[in-house]
Design a protein around this ligand. Structure first.
Ligand code: FE2
Length: 188
């Protein structure tokens, strides 16, 4: 299955391009100002924040050194989370941030959609993906109805995470996230 699909904003049904290879995904996203990297996925003894942060300490340090993100945390959602419907809605509309949105997927996945000029770039994020969306880029995120992911987040400061809605209604028309049958979690 394609990791990245490119649509015209006017046609959410028929992709105009699909990219499967990591190098092609990275190259297309770079044109949109988005950094995409694949990091080696670590087998975790547990999914708690301390274990996750310790397991990726070197990579986290490198990102912080390079871009100056002062804050790092871990967000973890499970399919039985009592607030999963509300949490999904919180990110399921087109918005921007005044700061970069930076994620590394430790386990599980979700669907990022970037609205760039007249295109929508749909990224199927999965374990091992590092994504750095620049401040101001229009996007939304769908974690699906049964969310399953652990992600490391990087911030300059927590206030940058406030979402500013664009008012566009594209998110309702484009495909929703449906996880693979077998989750890619490596948490023991
Ligand atoms: Fe966002």
């Amino acid at each position: 299955m394609a990791r990245l699909r490119e649509f015209l904003e006017s046609d959410p049904v028929h992709p105009v391009a699909e990219y499967a290879a990591d190098d092609w995904v990275a190259a297309r996203l770079a044109q949109a100002g988005v950094q995409f990297e694949r990091w080696p996925v670590q087998a975790l003894a547990a999914g708690d924040s301390a274990t996750v942060l310790a397991s990726y300490a070197d990579a986290i340090h490198q990102v912080q050194q390079q871009f100056g993100y002062s804050t790092v945390d871990v967000v973890s959602l499970t399919p039985d989370h009592p607030d999963r419907i509300a949490l999904r809605e919180k990110f399921l509309f087109e918005h921007t941030h005044s700061a970069d949105e930076v994620r590394y997927f430790v386990a599980g996945g979700g669907l990022f959609n970037l609205h760039v000029a007249d295109r929508v770039l749909e990224i199927r994020a999965e374990a091992g993906d590092f994504l750095r969306l620049p401040a101001g880029i229009k996007h939304w995120f769908d974690m699906g109805t049964t969310p399953h992911f652990i992600a490391i987040r990087f911030f300059h400061d927590a206030s940058g995470w406030v979402a500013a809605p664009t008012g566009a209604k594209l998110a309702a028309d484009f495909p929703s996230y449906v996880a693979h049958a077998a989750p890619s979690a490596k948490v023991a």
